[in-house]
Write a protein that binds this ligand. Structure first.
Ligand SMILES: [Fe+2]
Ligand SMILES: [Fe+2]
Length: 475
């Protein structure tokens, strides 16, 4: 068992104490991190004691220890999954060679870019969510928000460790820049589009954690295959935490649907205005939020054809989702994959070299996984006897990146012209009125066991605690 030493300033299982230079560099970064947390972390939370899970080791018994802590004093640190000295690279041109413990010179720039891009998303989501605590629908939900926030902070630590340890001065500069860019900042925004969008309310938060944290799962899974062993081990441990983030999203939307269905049944209506007047969120609004978060999130996978994606794979930097479970040659030369292209204003399928289409491969894996959860949401409606179903929009709907950005598409996959898009946009994507309505429901409910009227309570509490447990002690 690789235990984490909490007597050290920076909890870690990487023998940080043996590398004084690295330790000093990280100890130099730590106060800047805490300043960042104080400035743009969860609003007004400084004195709260929050029932958080903290990792004390990376094995199954140790990574989820629960107790009340102040978030500022959360033991952010550096935890890598145990290494395997004999691990081999299992895809790309270096297949069969030993995994790298350090960064090969020729891959340095690309690896740095991959780590910085991943690292940038972690603090970004904390920034995006920083005001949500003020309108939490329950103490249980407030605690889940904070759990996600501290873990995203720890994910930033994970990436900054790799930058400091393996990229010298460049890495230290990148570590500082990760604290300087800010979500939505016009002059110095976060790197990826979805991480500059607002998360204005809790429905958006649940959609974000369902869809966008799931993007995280797929990106981290691809990096967990990396030939660069420290990156693989770091991201494997991050994935254990990511599961809870997606749970918060999936169960959050389920609970919203449950409440909406209940109101619809009580009033015997599917009229959105009546549902709204009763203080629940109408299904049309939920569908529009889904359409937005889904389309913005699938853009995160990048251009459908990308020579960078081919390079990252062939050089062993980034594998596919569940690379080890696939039965092909793991080199992919000469293989093809179908992507969509816009020709004369219509979508056509086209075979392209698979290596160049690996962003699309990962996006398609993400889509399959997302759709499965939407099916579980529909079960909530089905069980309540509501005939409406939620759907994920067509892959080309509302895209800003890649070939599909060049077309306007309805959610069901019909090509539309600019006029129709402008006329129907308000049926397909959240409108200012939707946002204003959802915002009007957001009031703080934080007495233990109490829940806002637009969301059903969860089936059970956290870590087998009761639902009305005091998850947050306000100082
Ligand atoms: Fe994360
Ligand atoms: Fe996450």
């Amino acid at each position: 068992m690789s235990t984490i030493n909490y007597s050290e300033k920076i909890p870690n299982n990487v023998n940080l104490g043996e590398d004084r230079t690295l330790q000093r560099a990280l100890e130099g970064w730590q106060p800047n991190f805490v300043n960042w947390w104080d400035d743009v972390g969860p609003d007004g939370s400084t004195n709260y004691d929050v029932y958080l899970r903290t990792a004390v080791s990376v094995d199954p018994q140790g990574w989820a220890q629960f107790g009340h802590v102040k978030m500022r004093d959360y033991r952010w640190g550096i935890f890598l999954n145990p290494g395997d000295a004999n691990r081999e690279i299992h895809f790309g041109d270096h297949k069969g060679e030993k995994a790298w413990q350090d960064v090969p010179g020729e891959h340095r720039a690309n690896l740095r870019r991959i780590i910085v891009t991943q690292g940038d998303t972690e603090p970004a989501s904390v920034e995006q969510q920083r005001h949500l605590g003020l309108t939490a629908p329950s103490m249980y939900d407030l605690r889940n928000l904070y759990q996600i926030n501290v873990e995203e902070g720890r994910h930033l630590w994970a990436m900054v460790y790799l930058l400091h340890k393996h990229f010298g001065r460049d890495g230290r500069e990148e570590g500082e820049a990760l604290l300087q860019r800010q979500s939505g900042d016009a002059n110095n925004p976060r790197i990826l589009g979805a991480f500059n969008e607002k998360t204005p309310d809790w429905l958006a938060f649940f959609m974000f954690t369902y869809f966008t944290d799931r993007d995280g799962k797929f990106q981290l899974s691809a990096l967990a295959e990396s030939a660069f062993d420290p990156l693989a081990r770091t991201t494997k441990f991050m994935l254990t935490e990511e599961a809870h983030h997606m749970f918060v999203g999936e169960s959050g939307v389920s609970r919203v649907l449950q409440r909406t269905a209940q109101v619809m049944n009580e009033l015997k209506t599917d009229d959105p205005q009546k549902v709204r007047a009763a203080g629940a969120i109408d299904l049309g609004t939920i569908q529009r939020y889904l359409n937005f978060h889904y389309s913005v999130t699938i853009d995160l996978f990048g251009a459908d054809q990308s020579s960078n994606a081919a390079t990252f794979y062939s050089s062993g930097l980034k594998g596919r989702y569940e690379e080890g479970k696939r039965t092909d040659d793991h080199v992919l030369k000469g293989q093809t994959y179908k992507v969509l292209e816009v020709v004369n204003g219509q979508l056509v399928e086209k075979d392209v070299p698979m290596l160049n289409a690996l962003n699309e491969v990962l996006r398609d894996d993400f889509i399959k996984d997302s759709v499965a959860g939407v099916g579980r949401w529909n079960k909530v409606l089905e069980k309540a006897g509501i005939p409406t179903r939620l759907t994920v929009p067509h892959k080309a709907f509302n895209r800003q990146i890649g070939a599909l950005a060049g077309i306007k598409m309805s959610p069901e996959g019909r090509v539309v012209n600019e006029q129709e898009w402008a006329a129907k946009k308000g049926e397909w994507l959240p409108t200012p009125d939707d946002f204003a309505f959802v915002a009007s429901l957001m009031g703080r409910v934080v007495d233990p066991g109490k829940f806002a009227g637009w969301i059903a309570p969860p089936v059970m509490g956290i870590n087998r605690q009761p639902v009305d447990f005091e998850y947050v002690r306000f100082g």
